[in-house]
Design a protein around this ligand. Structure first.
Ligand code: ZN
Length: 191
């Protein structure tokens, strides 16, 4: 069982929670950034977090887990392992999320979409749309962290291990930009 205080402690001890001025992959600016790859770099910790998320998703009886690459892959795999179901991922092909590598979903298959962090929910929604387009049913969405402030627009039930209420600004309204603070683009994409 992982409650919010213990997850916050894990975020801090792994260095996953950073402060500064960041351009998030969503395009929004924020004084805080969460690098879940650091949280998940210890396999035993990733397994614990995946087990906890699986426990909370189990009531939706998913038959498989689908995650958007790259961010969702480690946690999605751990959730699938804990549930004992197949794991697959979507990835971008010419900008659009797609199932590649011979992955296929069965019509009617009960799919849980799993992410590391949900901010705008865009890549999660795109991943879910790939499942729906294959005829599968998205029965639940899960993530480690919810940074959406409730503005994710998910149609399926959504569970997160923790809601993290960190500010995120439209670049035009960012107080850090206004203060002239240099911006950093963290994460996997080249800045
Ligand atoms: Zn800014």
């Amino acid at each position: 069982m992982i409650d919010e205080p213990s997850l916050r402690a894990l975020l801090e001890e792994s260095g996953a929670l950073r402060e500064g001025h960041f351009r998030l992959s969503s395009g929004l600016h924020s004084p805080a950034y969460v690098q879940c790859a650091l949280l998940l770099q210890e396999p035993a910790r990733a397994r614990r977090l995946g087990g906890e998320l699986a426990r909370r998703l189990a009531e939706h009886r998913p038959e498989s887990v689908l995650s958007p690459a790259l961010g969702g892959v480690v946690i999605g795999h751990e959730v699938a392992a804990a549930l004992g179901v197949p794991f697959r991922f979507t990835e971008r092909q010419e900008g659009a999320m797609a199932l590649r590598r011979g992955f296929a979903l069965r019509p009617g298959e009960r799919v849980a979409v799993v992410e590391d962090v949900v901010t705008t929910g865009k890549s999660t929604r795109e991943c879910a749309a790939v499942a729906t387009a294959s005829g599968a049913e998205v029965v639940a969405i899960g993530s480690i962290l919810d940074r959406s402030g409730g503005r994710h627009g998910f149609e399926a039930p959504y569970v997160a291990l923790m809601a993290l209420d960190l500010p995120a600004y439209d670049p035009a309204e960012c107080p850090l930009c206004r203060a002239g603070r240099p911006i950093e683009k963290p994460g996997s994409r080249p800045g």
